[in-house]
Design a protein around this ligand. Structure first.
Ligand SMILES: Cc1cc2nc3c(=O)[nH]c(=O)nc-3n(C[C@H](O)[C@H](O)[C@H](O)COP(=O)(O)OP(=O)(O)OC[C@H]3O[C@@H](n4cnc5c(N)ncnc54)[C@H](O)[C@@H]3O)c2cc1C
Length: 440
């Protein structure tokens, strides 16, 4: 147990640097039994508890005022089987890949940034460039070991304590602390052919994203909206095909890829095509994180907003948002992500996704750089846009900075609210777990 200023300060902060709730103590568990013991004592005394993965939420989600923060980093065990890995909750996705890739295996879905904890992303969802094919990371879990809000250790799966399993995945830590997940693995590709294609208009990008996600020609599909430097925006399709070792040396220039790109309507001559190893591709954010850290951008406030928009409103809503935004509103290290996921592969009940065949992740990953709007105004703008998206049938992917009331959360979970509420009553009757989400 740590009571020193450094540990308390760290737990009272996160990637957002917007909310600061200081815990009373930080526990660095030596075992899962330590977590169960702490939670049992806290339950008896009504003391709030929150698991902290890497603290990469942006609005205090893993923080706990006057309670106990459990730093999951010490739970780093990994066992790799033939088609699955047994992963303790503090394991980072980069760490899991280091264990599985030598066995020729990898999880089907990875987040863009690999230095996030398994527990933190499974409690949220976990979306990435292969989500159009395999859903969220939470959709690729066979079984969970958890500690409930009463300090009980349970193993749950779709067949065993199914209510708990479905309340823990994308359940934002409200019913249990995930201690270990059995995660699906697939044969890992050896190489990646990566395409970055520029589009003249937003509508053209979205049209092609729909096409390639429906026909499945690419293994990885994402997209970005970037400032042009002249006050406007450019639209980028980021896609990749995965291949075997033999594909690793393919030429990087010219268009041997005409079969894949020929019918797409990107601006000819703008295509960037390269071949790279699978891990290098997955770890593609590492270099920019280093750059942004060195210029202090990584330490600035990050009032992020992550929306999931119904396909039918995406063109109009995104176009309108961009028309009223300037690159300065994004900050120096800010990024706008825009890419489709397929509803039918997103089966985790508590991950709330619009009810259409396709939904678009529209993520305004803003940084409050010098000269940008102040963070409080950015958070207020997030709330306004969230309400607009919600009125149009959208949801938020809840890892960003959006002030939410209890009533907002009920509306967010919609038809799934009774599932969460019932599980909360059963598995955390004292209501001590994960107050930073502000749900109950
Ligand atoms: C640079 C960056 C890139 C990102 N890229 C992606 C991306 O590509 N795709 C994506 O889906 N998300 C992405 N995210 C968002 C990220 O998935 C969430 O912020 C996630 O919650 C962070 O994981 P973490 O380990 O830091 O969790 P934390 O922020 O520590 O925790 C998040 C929430 O989960 C709870 N929690 C943590 N561990 C557990 C556990 N073991 N059991 C139960 N509850 C737990 C916490 O209490 C908190 O409420 C990104 C975030 C950043 C900062």
């Amino acid at each position: 147990m740590r009571l020193d200023e450094a540990a308390l300060d760290q737990s009272a902060d996160d990637f957002g640097h917007l909310v600061h709730h200081r815990p009373w103590a930080v526990v660095e568990p030596g075992s899962v039994d330590d977590i169960a013991t702490v939670v049992r004592h806290c339950q008896a005394d009504g003391i709030p508890v929150a698991a902290r993965g890497r603290g990469h939420g942006t609005f205090g989600q893993a923080q706990v005022a006057g309670g106990i923060a459990i730093d999951m980093a010490s739970l780093r065990g990994i066992e790799v089987g033939a088609d699955r890995a047994y992963v303790q909750a503090g394991v980072l996705w980069s760490g899991l890949l280091h264990a599985t890739l030598p066995c020729g295996l990898a999880p089907p879905v990875l987040t863009d940034y690999l230095e996030l904890s398994a527990g933190g992303t499974l409690a949220s969802g976990g979306l990435g460039g292969t989500s159009h094919r395999y859903g969220a990371q939470a959709d690729n879990v066979h079984e969970l070991d958890v500690v409930t809000g009463t300090g009980e250790r349970l193993t749950c799966s779709p067949r065993r304590h199914a209510d708990l399993f479905h309340a823990a995945l994308s359940g934002l830590g409200q019913c249990a602390i995930i201690t270990r997940a059995t995660v699906r693995l697939l044969p890992a590709p050896a190489s990646v052919r990566r395409y970055r294609l520029s589009y003249p208009t937003l509508a053209a990008l979205i049209m092609d994203q729909r096409t390639v996600v429906r026909d499945g020609r690419f293994d990885h599909v994402e997209g970005q909206v970037r400032p042009t430097g002249a006050g406007g925006w450019r639209y980028l399709l980021e896609a990749a095909t995965f291949g075997g070792a033999a594909d690793a040396g393919m030429p990087d220039v010219g268009i041997p890829d005409a079969g894949l790109l020929g019918d797409l309507s990107y601006t000819r001559g703008t295509e960037e095509v390269e071949s790279l190893g699978y891990f290098d591709f997955l770890n593609r954010l590492a270099a920019s994180v280093e750059d942004f850290t060195s210029i202090g951008e990584w330490a600035r406030p990050h009032p992020w907003l992550n929306l999931l928009l119904p396909d039918s409103v995406t063109d109009g809503l995104v176009e309108d948002v961009l028309a009223h935004m300037t690159p300065a509103d994004l900050g120096v290290s800010g990024v706008i992500l825009l890419y489709p996921v397929r509803r039918r592969h997103l089966r985790t009940p508590l991950l709330r996704v619009p009810d259409e065949e396709l939904a678009f992740l529209f993520a305004l990953l803003k940084a409050s750089s010098p000269g940008a709007e102040d963070p409080a105004a950015m958070v207020a703008a997030n709330r306004t846009l969230y309400e607009r998206a919600r009125a149009a049938g959208g949801t938020q992917y809840p890892v960003g900075a959006v002030p939410m009331t209890h009533a907002d959360w009920r509306r967010h979970f919609g038809a799934q609210w009774p599932r969460l509420e019932t599980a909360r009553r059963r598995y955390d009757p004292a209501g001590i777990l994960t107050p930073g989400q502000g749900i109950f």
